[in-house]
Design a binder for this molecule. Sequence first.
Ligand SMILES: [Zn+2]
Length: 475
Amino acid sequence: MEDYEIVIGLEVHVELLTQSKMFCGCSTKFGQPPNTQVCPVCMGMPGVLPVINLKAIELALKAAIAFHSEISPYCRFARKNYFYPDLPKNYQISQYEQPIATGGYIEVDGKKIRLKRVHLEEDAGKLIHSEKGENFSFVDFNRSGIPLLEIVSEPDINSPEEAEKYLLTLKQILEYLEISDCNMEEGSLRCDANISVRKKGENRLGVKTEVKNMNSFKSVRKALTFEGRRQINLLKKGEEIIQETRLWNENLQITEGMRSKEEAHDYRYFPEPDLVPVEINAEWIEKVKETIGELPSERKERFMRDYNLSDYDATLLTSKKEIGDYFEKCVKKFNKPKIVANWIMGDLMAILKEKKIKINNSPMTPDYLVELLTLIEEKKITGTIGKEVLVDVFETGKSPSEIVKEKNLIQIQDEDFISKVIEEVVKENPQPVEDYKKGKEKAIGFLIGQVMKKTKGKANPQIVRELLIEHLKKI
Ligand SMILES: [Zn+2]
């Protein structure tokens, strides 16, 4: 394996976050009953005329700017002709010779993965195959005509892991700029891969295969790992690699060749006669540029600089726009970034993950977290109690202050009360006391723990420590 190098290029399709379809006014809402969001245009009826959705062009421009691509002053749509039951017009409106943008790159771990092109097209309908073994399929045209952005990379990717990282970075940019929700389960991000292998140091590319049917980022990585190994093994045996399309079989965890007949395409592209070319002038590009907020990489650097966070913390907090937004809302009112970061990345994330809730739907709102952290900061409750309160907020939806009041969780600072508990603990645990007296410093931790247990975590741990040391000196 070590003598070989894997070369991968990715072709990603994302559905754009427009309200209406690419060439008609039908809604793009996901999950509606089949064929309820259709009209003569997206059903491909004779005589209808498409109208370009400007919002889709603007989202494509946003993406092109974020990818550092060169935007074409004129872009043109083309007909890609082929027959398939989910394509009522028998052609897909796409872009061929004059895509909206060419070139550019996406930076992954400091390496620039170059892009070949970025273009707009419309989605096809969806075939739903009967599961009862009947000999027919259903067609749902709700998806037909939804705007798609196709992003084609150069073969600059050198491992399945890098391919996965590229996809994660791409997704992050598109989510940040609200270009696509990139939801792979709902099909709003799809990815095909071209993969070949060659001996290390060789310049010429090997024969490639195209791998399709990967339904998650993880399956992209697995499929490419399998396919890379398969190709290397063939070369080692002196066999040839056949240029073909292969499908990833998730159940068997292998790629399988498609019958070559099925992929013999000749699309006969020609300019779409019903649409005039779109002129994209500098003024328009400038206007779109103004709508682009901070990119994920810029935000990460700002978090490190302004909040003095580590690379690791900043990476996690900016991994999703919502997490970064949540963090900043908290820090605005509670100016201790590291403490806020630790609570978000630790206990909050754990419970959100467990309950499968997104951070922007969290019952623990930024205001509530600030309230909780303030209670701890002002020593009204202990950190341990704070963690319990967090869980309670998720259970009850009540505010941290309400919970603390109702459950009487206010921290115990009363030295007389704490001293009494210490006396009890010392009496009940002669062995650890003796150990401590003999110089086993660690034994004190156990004794503090016992006091905390007796006070249900409410005693101020610092006071407990001080009083305990004092008490042990006296006996
Ligand atoms: Zn329509």
